[in-house]
Write a protein that binds this ligand. Structure first.
Ligand code: ZN
Length: 190
């Protein structure tokens, strides 16, 4: 999917600085990002061609190789969803440890695990979530929204329907932002 979008974007819209690189260089860029290299350092090592903005828009535009995308976004801090999901998993893991430690009478371990669980829950609360359920709902919502935007980018009827639905739901500001995002890809009409 990501490749298809990248190919279409290159043909229809402005050429993407990363997608236009020779295949081996593009692969090196994406793999470096997936391993945690910063956008700046990747750009610098290529003599600033492509520049940081090009690399960022390549990442945000859904051009990344599908199997690298999640790792890249996580490393580059663009994926708050996975952070929330991870904290939730950590809290659940610690809670399991608390229960097991209490059952086996290991008081010290139970206290340490409870402290760890509290820290994870504190991080969730600081991120504005009252319950783990809220956090998980947010993860789900974001994934659905990402999927909707991905489809809207390739299908103008879906894009229009999405914009109308946002308007009708009383979120014209969100519709405007989405319209800008979609038009940046210059893929309005199929
Ligand atoms: Zn690209």
């Amino acid at each position: 999917m990501a490749t298809t979008i990248a190919v279409v974007a290159r043909r229809v819209g402005r050429p993407c600085g990363v997608c236009s690189l020779p295949a081996a260089t593009r692969e090196w860029v994406e793999e470096s990002l997936a391993e945690g290299s910063s956008i700046s350092s990747v750009s610098r090592q290529l003599g600033l061609r492509p520049g940081r903005e090009s690399i960022a828009s390549h990442m945000k535009g859904g051009h990344l190789r599908a199997d690298l995308e999640e790792r890249v976004l996580r490393h580059q801090g663009l994926d708050t969803v996975s952070i929330v999901g991870r904290i939730t998993e950590i809290a659940q893991g610690h809670r399991q440890t608390v229960l097991e430690a209490e059952e086996s009478g290991n008081g010290n371990l139970a206290i340490r695990a409870r402290d760890a669980e509290l820290r994870a829950l504190g991080a969730l609360a600081a991120a504005g979530f009252d319950t783990e359920r809220d956090a998980q709902a947010q993860v789900l919502t974001r994934r659905i929204a990402n999927a909707a935007v991905t489809v809207a980018k390739t299908d103008s009827a879906v894009a229009d329907a999405l914009l109308l639905a946002l308007d009708a739901a009383g979120h014209p500001d969100v519709a405007d932002l989405l319209a800008i995002e979609l038009s940046a890809n210059e893929m309005g009409t199929p």
